[in-house]
Design a protein around this ligand. Structure first.
Ligand code: AP5
Length: 216
Protein backbone atom coordinates (compact mmCIF):
# COMPACT_ATOMS: atom_id res chain seq x y z
CA UNK A 1 0.00 0.00 0.00
CA UNK A 2 1.29 3.48 -0.92
CA UNK A 3 -0.10 6.30 1.26
CA UNK A 4 0.33 10.02 1.84
CA UNK A 5 -0.42 11.62 5.23
CA UNK A 6 -1.66 15.18 4.79
CA UNK A 7 -2.40 17.70 7.54
CA UNK A 8 -1.11 20.74 9.40
CA UNK A 9 1.81 20.66 11.87
CA UNK A 10 0.70 18.71 14.94
CA UNK A 11 -2.29 17.09 13.21
CA UNK A 12 -0.92 13.66 14.12
CA UNK A 13 0.67 12.62 10.82
CA UNK A 14 3.72 11.12 12.50
CA UNK A 15 1.73 9.51 15.31
CA UNK A 16 -0.65 7.81 12.88
CA UNK A 17 2.06 6.92 10.34
CA UNK A 18 3.98 5.04 13.06
CA UNK A 19 0.83 3.11 13.96
CA UNK A 20 0.15 2.21 10.30
CA UNK A 21 3.77 1.17 9.94
CA UNK A 22 3.17 -1.48 12.61
CA UNK A 23 -0.40 -2.50 11.73
CA UNK A 24 0.12 -2.76 7.95
CA UNK A 25 3.83 -3.54 7.70
CA UNK A 26 4.59 -0.32 5.82
CA UNK A 27 7.62 1.98 6.03
CA UNK A 28 7.15 5.54 7.33
CA UNK A 29 8.98 8.06 5.15
CA UNK A 30 9.05 11.35 7.05
CA UNK A 31 10.74 14.16 5.13
CA UNK A 32 10.95 16.12 8.41
CA UNK A 33 12.92 13.27 10.06
CA UNK A 34 15.14 12.87 6.99
CA UNK A 35 15.89 16.59 6.93
CA UNK A 36 16.54 16.77 10.70
CA UNK A 37 19.03 13.89 10.30
CA UNK A 38 20.72 15.71 7.41
CA UNK A 39 20.94 18.88 9.52
CA UNK A 40 22.39 16.95 12.50
CA UNK A 41 24.97 15.28 10.23
CA UNK A 42 25.71 18.61 8.47
CA UNK A 43 25.41 17.02 5.02
CA UNK A 44 25.24 19.27 1.95
CA UNK A 45 21.42 19.14 1.98
CA UNK A 46 21.33 19.57 5.75
CA UNK A 47 23.42 22.73 5.67
CA UNK A 48 21.15 24.17 2.96
CA UNK A 49 17.92 23.15 4.76
CA UNK A 50 18.77 24.31 8.30
CA UNK A 51 17.74 27.97 8.10
CA UNK A 52 14.38 27.29 6.43
CA UNK A 53 13.51 24.60 9.01
CA UNK A 54 14.43 26.84 11.93
CA UNK A 55 12.12 29.56 10.59
CA UNK A 56 9.28 27.13 9.85
CA UNK A 57 9.53 27.74 6.08
CA UNK A 58 9.54 25.01 3.46
CA UNK A 59 12.92 23.63 2.41
CA UNK A 60 13.53 23.97 -1.36
CA UNK A 61 11.62 21.58 -3.61
CA UNK A 62 14.90 20.56 -5.24
CA UNK A 63 16.33 19.16 -1.98
CA UNK A 64 13.14 17.47 -0.81
CA UNK A 65 12.27 15.90 -4.16
CA UNK A 66 15.83 14.57 -4.57
CA UNK A 67 15.70 13.13 -1.03
CA UNK A 68 12.42 11.30 -1.64
CA UNK A 69 13.41 10.14 -5.12
CA UNK A 70 16.56 8.45 -3.77
CA UNK A 71 14.62 6.88 -0.89
CA UNK A 72 11.87 5.44 -3.12
CA UNK A 73 14.51 3.38 -4.96
CA UNK A 74 15.48 1.40 -1.85
CA UNK A 75 14.42 -2.26 -1.55
CA UNK A 76 12.85 -2.15 1.93
CA UNK A 77 9.76 -0.43 0.48
CA UNK A 78 8.53 -3.49 -1.42
CA UNK A 79 5.47 -3.89 0.82
CA UNK A 80 4.60 -0.20 0.63
CA UNK A 81 5.20 3.10 2.41
CA UNK A 82 3.59 6.07 4.09
CA UNK A 83 4.80 9.50 2.97
CA UNK A 84 4.64 11.70 6.08
CA UNK A 85 5.19 15.41 5.28
CA UNK A 86 5.58 15.02 1.52
CA UNK A 87 4.25 16.37 -0.79
CA UNK A 88 3.80 19.84 0.70
CA UNK A 89 2.96 21.94 -2.35
CA UNK A 90 1.72 21.49 -5.90
CA UNK A 91 5.23 21.20 -7.39
CA UNK A 92 6.06 18.36 -4.99
CA UNK A 93 2.72 16.62 -5.69
CA UNK A 94 3.36 16.71 -9.43
CA UNK A 95 6.93 15.51 -8.92
CA UNK A 96 5.59 12.61 -6.83
CA UNK A 97 3.12 11.67 -9.57
CA UNK A 98 5.97 11.59 -12.08
CA UNK A 99 8.26 9.55 -9.79
CA UNK A 100 5.55 6.98 -9.06
CA UNK A 101 4.61 6.67 -12.72
CA UNK A 102 8.26 6.16 -13.71
CA UNK A 103 8.53 3.36 -11.12
CA UNK A 104 5.20 1.79 -12.14
CA UNK A 105 3.64 2.56 -8.73
CA UNK A 106 0.17 3.91 -7.88
CA UNK A 107 -0.83 5.89 -4.81
CA UNK A 108 -3.64 4.11 -2.92
CA UNK A 109 -4.91 6.93 -0.72
CA UNK A 110 -4.15 10.34 0.79
CA UNK A 111 -5.19 10.52 4.46
CA UNK A 112 -6.08 14.10 5.37
CA UNK A 113 -6.11 14.70 9.14
CA UNK A 114 -8.28 17.73 9.93
CA UNK A 115 -7.59 19.72 13.12
CA UNK A 116 -8.48 23.34 13.92
CA UNK A 117 -5.53 25.74 14.25
CA UNK A 118 -6.19 26.71 17.88
CA UNK A 119 -5.24 23.32 19.32
CA UNK A 120 -2.22 22.79 17.08
CA UNK A 121 0.06 25.37 18.71
CA UNK A 122 -0.51 23.73 22.14
CA UNK A 123 -0.04 20.24 20.77
CA UNK A 124 3.23 21.03 19.04
CA UNK A 125 4.84 23.43 21.51
CA UNK A 126 4.16 20.96 24.37
CA UNK A 127 5.63 17.85 22.80
CA UNK A 128 9.00 16.21 23.48
CA UNK A 129 10.60 12.83 22.91
CA UNK A 130 12.88 10.43 24.74
CA UNK A 131 16.42 11.17 23.53
CA UNK A 132 17.26 7.43 23.60
CA UNK A 133 14.27 5.52 22.15
CA UNK A 134 12.28 8.37 20.53
CA UNK A 135 9.00 7.71 22.41
CA UNK A 136 6.82 10.82 22.21
CA UNK A 137 5.39 12.72 25.20
CA UNK A 138 3.51 15.95 25.85
CA UNK A 139 3.78 18.43 28.76
CA UNK A 140 0.10 18.06 29.66
CA UNK A 141 -1.50 15.46 27.37
CA UNK A 142 0.93 12.53 27.60
CA UNK A 143 3.34 12.57 30.54
CA UNK A 144 5.59 9.66 31.53
CA UNK A 145 4.17 7.56 34.40
CA UNK A 146 7.16 8.60 36.55
CA UNK A 147 8.19 12.21 36.09
CA UNK A 148 11.40 12.51 34.07
CA UNK A 149 11.72 8.77 33.26
CA UNK A 150 10.83 7.29 29.87
CA UNK A 151 8.08 4.65 30.17
CA UNK A 152 9.54 2.62 27.34
CA UNK A 153 13.31 2.51 27.96
CA UNK A 154 13.90 4.13 31.37
CA UNK A 155 16.09 6.91 30.00
CA UNK A 156 16.06 10.24 31.84
CA UNK A 157 17.09 12.29 28.80
CA UNK A 158 14.50 14.01 26.64
CA UNK A 159 14.67 16.43 23.71
CA UNK A 160 12.50 18.99 21.95
CA UNK A 161 12.57 19.97 18.29
CA UNK A 162 14.15 23.35 17.56
CA UNK A 163 11.10 24.38 15.48
CA UNK A 164 8.52 23.49 18.14
CA UNK A 165 8.33 26.92 19.79
CA UNK A 166 5.01 28.81 19.56
CA UNK A 167 6.25 31.49 17.14
CA UNK A 168 7.70 29.03 14.61
CA UNK A 169 4.62 26.80 14.88
CA UNK A 170 2.42 29.78 13.92
CA UNK A 171 4.59 30.37 10.86
CA UNK A 172 4.46 26.65 9.96
CA UNK A 173 0.65 26.89 10.14
CA UNK A 174 0.62 29.89 7.79
CA UNK A 175 2.85 28.03 5.35
CA UNK A 176 0.54 25.00 5.61
CA UNK A 177 -2.56 27.03 4.71
CA UNK A 178 -0.86 28.85 1.83
CA UNK A 179 1.10 25.97 0.27
CA UNK A 180 -0.12 22.58 1.49
CA UNK A 181 -3.88 22.87 2.08
CA UNK A 182 -4.54 23.31 -1.70
CA UNK A 183 -3.39 19.69 -2.10
CA UNK A 184 -6.73 18.62 -0.60
CA UNK A 185 -8.44 19.73 -3.83
CA UNK A 186 -5.64 18.25 -5.92
CA UNK A 187 -6.12 14.78 -4.42
CA UNK A 188 -9.90 15.09 -4.10
CA UNK A 189 -10.11 15.63 -7.86
CA UNK A 190 -8.13 12.40 -8.34
CA UNK A 191 -10.49 10.48 -6.01
CA UNK A 192 -7.66 9.75 -3.53
CA UNK A 193 -8.54 12.00 -0.58
CA UNK A 194 -9.80 10.34 2.65
CA UNK A 195 -10.54 12.88 5.38
CA UNK A 196 -10.55 11.97 9.06
CA UNK A 197 -11.41 14.01 12.17
CA UNK A 198 -8.06 14.69 13.85
CA UNK A 199 -9.77 16.38 16.83
CA UNK A 200 -10.81 12.95 18.09
CA UNK A 201 -8.50 11.07 20.46
CA UNK A 202 -5.50 9.25 19.01
CA UNK A 203 -7.07 5.75 19.09
CA UNK A 204 -10.23 7.03 17.44
CA UNK A 205 -8.25 8.71 14.64
CA UNK A 206 -6.45 5.39 14.07
CA UNK A 207 -9.81 3.62 13.88
CA UNK A 208 -11.13 6.14 11.33
CA UNK A 209 -8.01 5.72 9.17
CA UNK A 210 -8.13 1.91 9.30
CA UNK A 211 -11.81 2.02 8.27
CA UNK A 212 -11.03 4.33 5.34
CA UNK A 213 -8.20 2.07 4.20
CA UNK A 214 -10.29 -1.09 4.51
CA UNK A 215 -12.93 0.55 2.32
CA UNK A 216 -10.42 1.91 -0.25
P1 AP5 B 1 7.73 17.93 9.75
O1 AP5 B 1 8.67 17.21 10.61
O2 AP5 B 1 7.05 17.22 8.64
O3 AP5 B 1 6.69 18.67 10.69
P2 AP5 B 1 5.14 19.06 10.52
O4 AP5 B 1 4.48 18.77 9.23
O5 AP5 B 1 5.11 20.48 10.95
O6 AP5 B 1 4.43 18.07 11.39
P3 AP5 B 1 4.77 17.65 12.84
O7 AP5 B 1 5.82 16.59 12.85
O8 AP5 B 1 5.06 18.87 13.68
O9 AP5 B 1 3.36 17.13 13.32
P4 AP5 B 1 2.58 15.77 13.03
O10 AP5 B 1 1.40 16.05 12.18
O11 AP5 B 1 3.50 14.67 12.61
O12 AP5 B 1 2.03 15.52 14.50
P5 AP5 B 1 2.50 14.48 15.61
O13 AP5 B 1 2.05 13.11 15.26
O14 AP5 B 1 3.95 14.68 15.93
O15 AP5 B 1 8.46 19.19 9.04
C1 AP5 B 1 9.32 20.04 9.80
C2 AP5 B 1 9.99 21.03 8.85
O16 AP5 B 1 10.79 20.31 7.86
C3 AP5 B 1 9.04 21.89 7.99
O17 AP5 B 1 8.60 23.05 8.70
C4 AP5 B 1 9.93 22.22 6.79
O18 AP5 B 1 10.86 23.25 7.10
C5 AP5 B 1 10.71 20.92 6.57
N1 AP5 B 1 10.02 20.00 5.64
C6 AP5 B 1 9.55 18.75 5.91
N2 AP5 B 1 9.00 18.19 4.83
C7 AP5 B 1 9.12 19.10 3.84
C8 AP5 B 1 8.72 19.12 2.47
N3 AP5 B 1 8.07 18.08 1.90
N4 AP5 B 1 9.00 20.23 1.74
C9 AP5 B 1 9.67 21.27 2.27
N5 AP5 B 1 10.06 21.33 3.56
C10 AP5 B 1 9.79 20.24 4.34
O19 AP5 B 1 1.62 14.99 16.85
C11 AP5 B 1 1.88 16.25 17.49
C12 AP5 B 1 1.55 16.16 18.98
O20 AP5 B 1 0.16 15.99 19.15
C13 AP5 B 1 2.20 14.97 19.70
O21 AP5 B 1 2.53 15.37 21.00
C14 AP5 B 1 1.10 13.90 19.70
O22 AP5 B 1 1.21 13.03 20.80
C15 AP5 B 1 -0.15 14.77 19.81
N6 AP5 B 1 -1.31 14.20 19.12
C16 AP5 B 1 -1.34 13.58 17.89
N7 AP5 B 1 -2.61 13.23 17.57
C17 AP5 B 1 -3.39 13.65 18.61
C18 AP5 B 1 -4.80 13.57 18.89
N8 AP5 B 1 -5.65 13.00 18.02
N9 AP5 B 1 -5.24 14.11 20.04
C19 AP5 B 1 -4.39 14.69 20.94
N10 AP5 B 1 -3.04 14.78 20.75
C20 AP5 B 1 -2.56 14.26 19.60
Amino acid sequence: MKLVMLGPPGAGKGTQARRLQDSRNLVQLSTGDMLRKAVAEATEYGIKAAAAMKAGELVSDEIVIATISERLDQPDLANGFILDGFPRNLEQAEALDAMLEAKGLVLDAVIDIAVVDDVLVDRVSGRYTCAKCGKGYHDTMEKPATDGVCDKCGSTEFKRRADDNAETVRNRLEVYHAETAPLQDYYRSKGKLKSVDGMADIDDVTRQIEEELDAA
